[in-house]
Design a protein around this ligand. Structure first.
Ligand SMILES: *Cc1c(COP(=O)(O)O)cnc(C)c1O
Length: 389
């Protein structure tokens, strides 16, 4: 059964909780209280809804992909999160957490980022809402994602390189958490997905569920299948949550199969991982026999994460959602296919969802399928072009 909210220990069944340093507990309690208070306050919703409409561009359209539908033999619809300001669903969360930061009277925001997408969405919200913004980013990612680093700086954010560890997302999260321990009085930490200690997974789900709520109103008839890519799990949670528990609708989350599950180089935390504690929550994760976090691998930066939001772990174990994976190669084929049939270049993350749909086309015959097109692919064009060289 779907849970409206986690239990009083912040758990979804056995998953979630808040495995955080003692020094952060007051900040997490303060945040939970502030969120509950804001979410029950009609004036917060008025302010948020106004920004979602006039700034983010919500509701995002639902588009009937007629050419691809004809080729595949069933009706395919796209929920166009790629048309949201900054090009993906992440802004839904950062704008809402930015407003909450103001409400808590904190002038400063920190965030972690991998490829830079969450960093850009956070820097955008901070520019709009006049908040100081510091983004932690692994040194290796800074080198790989120079354009997003410059974008964040254009938006007035400070990007702090993290040289510890492998210099990637996991290390950036640790650095952001260290900053937060020292700065909680003045600072809010905007986590970018339905991950982290309670109340983040619940709060970010509430901020993203607008995607599925809009879809319910927009679809002429209810869909049979809804598909979304799963990295940390926020876009999938956003579109799934309003439908979870409906026996007539199949929900399918698609993880990164990387170079192939058998190679061990993938990001399929739900499909191939096991429960453990990561970034403050009990959840499925990729770990070795000693509980050390393994590195994830994906062509798609947004899916390159060795954990997943704890509520997805709960959905998996209770059978409410099915989780599958596709490889890097399959996602690139789907990326090209959507471009030539519908004139839409999808994010490589979103292309993972489409790749599963294409693979399963014969099984989906006659159904109505919705893909959460979580983001646009402009950011990935150079990477895909390099594959052809
Ligand atoms: C970040 C990102 C994702 C993965 O994050 P989730 O929290 O799983 O949604 C998926 N698609 C796009 C376009 C992204 O930018």
């Amino acid at each position: 059964m779907r849970l409206e909210k986690p239990d009083d220990r912040g758990r979804f069944g056995v998953f979630g909780g808040s495995f955080a340093p003692e020094t952060l507990m007051p900040a997490l309690s303060e945040l939970e209280e502030a969120f509950i208070d804001a979410w029950a306050d009609p004036s917060f919703h008025v302010e948020l809804d106004e920004l979602l409409m006039s700034y983010v561009g919500r509701p995002t359209p639902v588009f009937h992909a007629k050419r691809l539908s004809e080729e595949l033999g069933f009706e395919l619809w796209l929920k166009r999160e790629d048309l949201a300001h900054t090009g993906a669903h992440k802004i839904n969360n950062t704008i809402a957490q930015g407003l909450l930061t103001k409400r808590m009277g904190k002038p400063r925001v920190i965030a972690e980022t991998g490829a830079g997408q969450h960093g850009v969405a956070t820097a955008t919200a901070c520019a709009l809402l006049d908040l100081e913004c510091v983004v932690y980013m692994g040194q290796k990612d800074i080198e790989r994602q120079a354009l997003n680093v410059y974008r964040m700086e254009l938006l007035g954010a400070e990007v702090v390189p993290v040289v510890a560890g492998a210099g990637t997302l996991k290390d950036a999260v640790s650095a952001a958490l260290r900053d937060w321990v020292a700065s909680v009085e003045t600072t809010h930490y905007i986590i970018g997905s339905v991950v982290g200690p309670h109340p983040f997974p619940w709060m970010v789900r509430e901020f993203q569920k607008v995607i599925g709520e809009e879809l319910k109103v927009q679809m002429p008839t209810p869909p049979d299948v809804i598909v979304a890519p799963v990295g940390g799990g926020s876009n999938a949670m956003g579109i799934f949550y309003p439908y979870v528990g409906d026996p007539d609708i199949s929900l399918v989350g698609v993880e990164a199969g990387g170079l192939g599950i058998a190679t061990g180089k993938h990001g399929a935390s739900l499909g191939e991982g096991s429960p453990g504690v990561m970034h403050g929550a009990m959840t499925y994760m990729l770990q070795d026999e000693f509980g050390q976090v393994l590195e994830a691998h994906s062509i798609s930066a947004g899916l390159d994460y060795p954990g997943v939001g704890p509520e997805h772990s709960y959905f998996k174990d209770s059978g409410l959602v099915t989780y599958e994976s596709v490889t890097d190669d399959e996602s690139v084929v789907a990326f090209h296919r959507l471009a030539v049939t519908e004139g839409i270049i999808p994010a490589l993350e979103s292309a993972h969802g489409l790749a599963w749909i294409i693979r399963e086309a014969s099984r989906l015959a006659g159904r109505t399928v919705v893909l959460n097109l979580s983001g646009r692919g402009d950011k990935d064009v150079q990477q895909v072009a390099a594959l052809d060289e």
